[in-house]
Design a protein around this ligand. Sequence first.
Ligand code: ZN
Length: 465
Amino acid sequence: MLKDENFADWYADIVEKANLSDKRYPIKGMNVWTPYGWKIMRQVDTYIRRELDNTGHDEVCFPLLIPETEFKKEKDHIKGFDSEVYWVTHAGLNELDVRLVVRPTSETAMYPMFALWIRSHQDLPLKVYQIVNTFRYETKQTRSFIRVREIHFFESHTCHATEEEAQEQVEEDIRVLANIMSKLCLPYSLLRRTEWDKFPGAHYTVGIDTAMPNGRALQIGSIHHYRTNFSVPYGITYEDGDGEHRHVHQTTYGMSERLLGAMIGVHGDDKGLVIPPAVAPFQAVVIPILSKKNAEEVSEAARGIADALSKAGIRVKLDDRDDRPGSKYYDWEIRGVPLRLELGARDIENGVVTFARRDNGEKGTIALDSLTEGTRLVLRDIAFSMYEKAWEAQRASVQDIGSLDAIPEKTLRFGWCGCEECGHAIEDRFELKLLGTPYPAEEYQGSCIVCGKPASTVAYAARSM
Ligand code: ZN
């Protein structure tokens, strides 16, 4: 299956061959995390936890079920989710008086509790996050990690005394995002969503999109500023220094297993996955090249290399299966291990180990007497060039257009006056989604490609995954 010819089939094929997820579970869109897929996700979660812990967030874990009465307190929010939530209507043989929602996201689970937790300005800011499963009834065709009904999800929720402090939180979220994305070697754009596409109940939403190789945009996360849109209906107030009761200003930041989908799509090639070193379950695989007369010596040396790397904190796998080296190479290429280390009798004689990079196929040697530093350097190079290459592709995925007569091939960029009517005209004409305008805003002087009036911003539109 070739990536350039049929991205969707290639993607499905790679997920299956690399054994990242098993979609044979008898509920469509609720897939089983296999050991290898889960190992990668756990690495990603480790970085998310580290970043959030370092910025003063506390991890929490809220119940899965939310009473309908709480779920319906914020009017826009419920309208946005009505058609895609699962309901629990019975407990045992009894029909419930108050139905329960299986969380699609946790605003309505957390905010009644925040109202109890927050009393005075000394309780602020409140910054919490959780990594849990959320549920959404997808009606479109499901796709592993990208469009599923049970979603591995990260969400942070914050409360602040003022709108400005909430705004500063949004800026912090963006810095956190940059750190996480560099580990995944993934490029992204930040676009302020249109009024008709923002998160239900939000003051504004910043979408985080990565361009996929098939020209579509994949939203991998979002950051929302709520102002007091939720704190008013949920009664989340604090007493300020003068004894006045005020509503808190809130933000949220969410990302999901789509990070894994983006990683597969952006980095993978016709041979299989290519996993960034920071999140690879195995950063290097050691393969002994045996011949009859030196089998023992080479096996032992290979074991020594694996041990030394492992002691140095490098995640390494020794593949000493009784199989041909070529077939081992093939297996680890499919699974995207960043670095292959081959060790034969001649390598030992020369005091080196031979390496092959998964990302670009480059080969070379690392001296055995500087094995760990040498390995770290190559892994660093791999991450660096994967990141560069991916950003280059993201930049090349944008097509500037000056009129509605253009033939859309990629993500479109154009002048837009900002009005809803022109926005819909663009969406209808190109059958694309208007992704939004750059965040933070960029200076622009041009005209709207629909009405011709002066436009103070560019906008982006693409088909979404
Ligand atoms: Zn216009």
